[in-house]
Each structure stands twice: as C-alpha cells, then as structure tokens.
Design a protein around this ligand. Structure first.
Ligand code: GTR
Length: 386
C-alpha cells in the first residue's frame, strides 16, 4: 500500500497518478515568434539558443561571460596508485577574475593499462568528500573508482561546496561573491546550481590540457541536485560528450507540470538558493513557465543522454522524468538519432542502453550506486564502440 498524498512544508504532495492535472507542454520545436523548427540548422541557429536563454532567465540564472585567467596546479601525482593499476592526479584549478581568485580542487584516477588517452567520467559530487577518497582507504559505491579503472575509464570528481557551498546562507561564498558579484545582485543571476555547472566546465578546461584524457570522451555524472546540475552543465557546454543524470527529479529531468512529488513551490521553499530568484514567480503558476524539463533534455541533442530513477523515490517522479525523455524526441529526430525508448515507463531493472537516450528505473531508494554506474559504463561502451 503506497500513500497517495503527503504533506510537507505546509503543502499537499501528490503521489497519485490519477490526480496529476492535465497539462500542455511548451512545444520544444515552436519558436517564441511562432515558427516550427524543421531542420537541425534552424534548431541550432534559433530555437536552441532561445531555450537556453529561457532557462537562464526563468530557472537556473544568467551565467558569466568568462574570467581573466586560469591555472592548473598538480598538487599530488601517484603513478602507481591502486596497486599500480592507475595514476592518481590531484589538481587544483585556480581561476581569477578582476583581481579575485577561486580554487577548485579535484581528484582523478587514470588507468595505466592503455595505449590511448582515456575516456573519463566526471562526477559532480554533492555528498561528502569521503566518497571520492584519493587514498582509497574509503571506498564508496557513489564513486566506484576501482570498477571504472578496471573497465578502462578514468574517473574524476570535484565537490560542489568548493564552487558554491550547498547552504542557503553560504552559497554565495565562492564563485559568486569572489568572481561574479554582479550576478549576485541580479534577479536572474545564477546561484548554486549555476556555479556548480560552471565549475564542471572548468574541470573540462583542465581535461583539454591533459594528454592522458580523451577530450572527445568526457562524460558528466550527477546525482539528485548534482543530476540537475549535470543536465544544466551539459546544456551549456557541448564539450561534454555524454551526460548522466541520476534521480534528478524536480528541475532536473522531471516534468514540472505534472506536479507529482516535489513541486516548483516546494523546491523553491527548501532550496531557493539553487536557482535564480526569478524561478520563485512560478511557484504557484507552473503552467506559465515558458519551459518544461523535456526542453532541458532536448538541449543534449544530438549527444547521448542517460537518466535514472529509483522505484521508491516517488519524490523525484520517475514517470515524469521518463516523459521528459519522450518529449525530447522531436529534437533527436531532427538529427536522425533513433532511440529505443518505449512509449511507457519501462519496468524496474530493465535498462535501455542501445539508444541515443538511455534510461533505467532501478529497484530501491534515491541513490547513485554500483548498479547505476555499471549501466553508465555499458551506455558509454555502446556509444564509444568499445
Ligand atoms: C532533496 C530535494 C531534491 C534532491 C535531493 C538531493 O531533498 O528535494 O530535489 O535534490 O534533495 O539532492 O539529494
């Protein structure tokens, strides 16, 4: 017996499919001045940029134009980590803008047994740094580094807190107040998620300088709030070849208009500091939002994208997340990119791998675990033809 409603922060939370209101999604191919996009050229030259600016203005906030300089400092290098199977690199990225500086450290293991630069998975880590322990005294299913190395992939991670602390009273202390104070003053300026996505792109800047890494095979992974971020970062920065989003839910992969589980109103109440202030105006009028999350998925096209849900994670609305994928299909079709998506949400533990849009619904709770990573690797193997 599953409860059909709940209350949280003074609001009713709907978990009843029958109570999902009827809604009309904004047409991903229809431009603001009423033109239907029919070619990838029109998509790329017109509608794609329009959708990015709608997400900036109304959801995730405006992003910075650039910075004055960047430097990568190798702070630790162990060529014989993991019993000789991998090289450990710890790098600190120093970024300067208008005389101020931010340091973003990250950790990476690169497999030693290879003849070519390695493809890499970069995790946007929103949990404790213990999960990405460079010493490997702590091993975590959230970042199963040994398994990735064994399968021929490099694995890297940075922590969100080094770009913007994940706290409502402290998120500004980092990228925002140091480098881009003007964005903090703007009603539609980016906040924590914007800063985390920006940091993912700075790690990408580093990969472009490291001959051990195949820059054409950089996969971005995020879970939950990190999964919202991986989608937004993948939309903004097309250097990411593959994007994985685990249990990202509201303002990630799930359609807002379904109002199932976490709503815009609830996420703004609890986590307003992740999004632009302008997002608050949609708390009680979701149907006025000029975007919905299928348009975020569409921004990945023609690159492969993979999202997940967990059966017990109704808060993240698994069906609403699957419907985002389905409603992003028109853009993949412009590129003649086929998918193996079934019209309805697939059963639990039946991953869709051989497809430009991949998906699985996993049994169990809201998490990112070895089962998820194993399927991410299968998806990458398939697309990289390994
Ligand atoms: C929840 C939040 C979700 C999701 C999650 C997480 O409390 O409501 O949107 O981001 O946290 O990041 O684990």
């Amino acid at each position: 017996y599953a409860q059909k409603t709940d209350t949280f922060m003074g609001e009713v939370v709907n978990y009843d499919e029958a109570a999902v209101p009827s809604y009309t999604l904004p047409d991903v191919l229809l431009t603001l001045n009423g033109k239907t996009v029919k070619s990838k050229k029109d998509w790329e030259n017109e509608r794609r940029a329009e959708i990015i600016s709608l997400f900036k203005k109304n959801v995730y906030g405006q992003t910075p134009a650039g910075f004055d300089s960047i430097r990568f400092e190798l702070t630790n290098h162990m060529p014989d980590a993991m019993d000789g199977r991998a090289s450990l690199k710890e790098v600190t990225i120093h970024i300067w803008n208008k005389g101020k500086q931010v340091d973003i450290p990250f950790v990476m293991f690169v497999p030693n047994n290879r003849k070519k630069p390695a493809p890499v998975f970069l995790l946007i880590n929103n949990r404790s740094k213990r999960n990405t322990d460079p010493t490997r005294l702590v091993k975590s299913n959230f970042w199963p580094a040994e398994m990735l190395v064994e399968k021929g992939y490099a694995i890297a991670a940075f922590h969100v807190g080094d770009a913007a602390p994940d706290k409502k009273d402290a998120y500004q202390h980092g990228v925002l107040d140091q480098l881009y104070p003007e964005l903090l003053a703007q009603e539609d300026g980016m906040k924590a998620i914007g800063a985390w996505a920006w940091a993912a792109s700075r790690v990408m800047d580093y990969f472009e300088t490291d001959k051990d890494i195949d820059v054409h095979k950089v996969a971005l992974v995020g879970h939950s709030r990190g999964g919202k971020t991986s989608l937004w970062a993948g939309a903004l920065d097309q250097r990411f070849a593959l994007v994985f989003s685990s249990c990202s839910g509201s303002t990630g992969a799930s359609l807002a208009r379904r109002q199932y589980g976490e709503t815009i109103s609830l996420i703004n109440k609890q986590f307003g500091y992740w999004f632009a202030d302008t997002y608050k105006q949609y708390s009680n009028r979701v149907n006025d939002l000029p975007v919905d999350q299928h348009m975020l998925i569409a921004l990945m096209a023609p690159r492969p994208v993979y999202t997940t849900n967990a059966v017990d994670d109704r808060w993240a609305d698994p069906r609403g997340s699957y419907l985002s994928l389905i409603n992003a299909l028109p853009v993949y079709k412009l590129y003649n990119k086929n998918t193996a998506l079934t019209p309805e949400l697939p059963p639990a533990d039946s991953p869709i791998i051989k497809s430009n849009i991949g998906y699985h619904l996993r049994k169990g709770i809201h998490d990112l675990n070895v089962y998820d990573w194993e399927n991410f690797v299968r998806f990458a193997d398939y697309h990289y033809k390994k």
